[in-house]
Design a protein around this ligand. Structure first.
Ligand code: OGA
Ligand code: MN
Length: 196
């Protein structure tokens, strides 16, 4: 919580054990949808920005998924108690990046346009090797390089959704994660200023 408050982001290694990652992996769906596509006409343009496929989480996908959602709910309450962000709910999806897939630099939220306040990404790739690529590359609010984070299994990354542009570099093997967002109820609530 300290790191989020002072710096706006944090990496928590071993948020999940290798066993928990394994159990969640067994809940990965067989059906995926191309991410972020509103209309077929947008498909081509969208593919220049992101190529991952997603599946929204819900507890019926299995008890490991229900357990994950419970843990993130507990985290939501801790964040609200210590940072007063007034987070209201949480939405999350599995994401699958096939070899060569990427997500170009973007922000998860823009002030006044989104309910998303805090981003979470949890990785499901046990024994990920650096040579496999697929790092999460983070930038600060003025677009300066901040850090490369490998998508190591069990690792949780949290950052303020408005303050940190980021991208997913291409991986050369399949890369699984759960991306999620804590949201407020109404655009005006719960904002921490990102450090400058
Ligand atoms: C996202 C995203 C980062 C990652 O889904 O918006 O930026 O490391 N994911 O998977
Ligand atoms: Mn993102």
């Amino acid at each position: 919580m300290d790191a989020i408050y002072t710096r706006g982001w944090v990496v928590v290694d071993d948020f999940l054990t290798a066993h928990e990652v394994e159990h969640l992996s067994q809940c990965l769906p067989h059906e995926w949808q191309a991410a972020g596509i509103g209309r077929a006409a947008l498909h081509h343009a969208n593919r220049q920005i992101r190529r991952d496929q997603i599946h929204w989480l819900d507890p019926t996908l299995g008890s490991p998924v229900a357990d994950y959602l419970s843990r993130l709910e507990a985290l939501r309450l801790v964040v609200n108690q210590s940072l007063m962000l007034g987070l209201f709910d949480y939405e999350a999806h599995f994401a699958r990046y096939d070899s060569g897939d990427f997500y170009a630099r973007h922000r998860d939220a823009f002030a006044g346009q989104s309910n998303r306040r805090l981003t979470s990404v949890c990785y499901l790739n046990n024994d990920w090797q650096p040579a496999a690529g697929g790092v999460l590359r983070m930038y600060d609010d003025s677009e300066q390089f901040l850090i490369d984070i490998e998508p190591q299994g069990g690792r949780l990354v949290l950052f303020l959704s408005e303050g940190f542009p980021h991208e997913v570099l291409p991986a050369n093997q399949v890369r699984y994660s759960i991306a999620g967002w804590f949201r407020v109820n109404g655009h005006q609530h719960g904002r921490l200023d990102p450090p400058r």
